[in-house]
Design a protein around this ligand. Structure first.
Ligand SMILES: [Zn+2]
Ligand SMILES: [Zn+2]
Length: 250
């Protein structure tokens, strides 16, 4: 599989180090799975040369705008222009995601409703499983101010873990154990901010990568300050720093 980083930035674009908010595409043969779709990321998908009609599933980690801001843009595009090639789009997320998408659809009614394809919204509890044509996925709850999930995707013997937004949790390293690629957030630089806002510092993210024993770790969800610190701390070929439209073979 190939991972395309649509957005390597933190909560919003900032002057000086322009990065799109959170979004990732996992390309599995002809199917594409999205992990989060923060605002601006539909356009990033086009810039990466990925046809959105290939998207079969969207996994949302939580409903902060930097992770879901372009969901309306995707549903609007699929209604009027590009239909999902599989005939179905599934959107997955933690508790509350059904209500969120229902409210969003009502606010925009009728322009997000599916036409000529099936839209399925599914809520996942921690440790639940999802399955596609040739992949499986599990999830785990992570600490954040709203219900939030991390995801672990398995495809043809290779595993991809995406932390989403998370405070420090030893269980996350266990969840990512032995992953081929572990995408992990590092938004803040002060331990007090990490504790207060449910995020990680580069030090905590790197410690989690090391504890997981994963093959490669990718530091992402970067602010100007955390990117600067991550560049200082990351060493060797095992720990990478994300940038927009980066592509990694897994
Ligand atoms: Zn975020
Ligand atoms: Zn968040």
């Amino acid at each position: 599989m190939e991972l395309i980083v649509l957005g390597s930035g933190a909560s919003f674009p900032v002057v000086g180090d322009v990065r799109n908010p959170a979004g990732y595409a996992a390309v599995l043969g002809r199917d594409v799975l999205l992990f989060d779709l923060g605002f601006g990321n539909l356009l990033q998908l086009f810039r990466a040369g990925v046809d959105p009609s290939r998207v079969t599933d969207v996994f949302l980690t939580h409903r902060h705008p930097d992770h879901v801001g372009d969901l309306a843009a995707l549903l609007f595009t699929l209604r009027y222009d590009l239909k999902p090639k599989s005939g179905r789009l599934r959107v997955w997320g933690p508790r509350g995601i059904k209500r969120f998408i229902s409210d969003l659809s009502k606010a925009y009614a009728p322009w997000l409703g599916p036409r000529d394809y099936a839209l399925e919204i599914r809520e996942l509890k921690s440790a639940a499983r999802a399955q596609g044509r040739d992949w499986t996925l599990t999830c785990a709850s992570v600490p954040h101010p709203t219900p939030a999930l991390s995801y672990r995707l398995l495809y043809k013997g290779k595993s991809l873990v995406y932390s989403g937004d998370t405070g420090f949790s030893p269980e996350l390293a266990e969840f990512a154990a032995g992953a081929d690629l572990f995408v992990i957030e590092c938004t803040v630089t002060k331990p007090s901010e990490a504790a207060d806002f449910g995020h990680l510092t580069p030090e905590l993210a790197i410690a989690t990568i090391e504890a997981s024993g994963c093959r490669r770790g990718l530091l992402s969800h970067l602010s100007v300050e955390s990117a600067r610190k991550a560049r200082k701390l990351a060493h060797g070929s095992r720990i990478l720093i994300a940038r927009d439209l980066m592509r990694l073979k897994i």
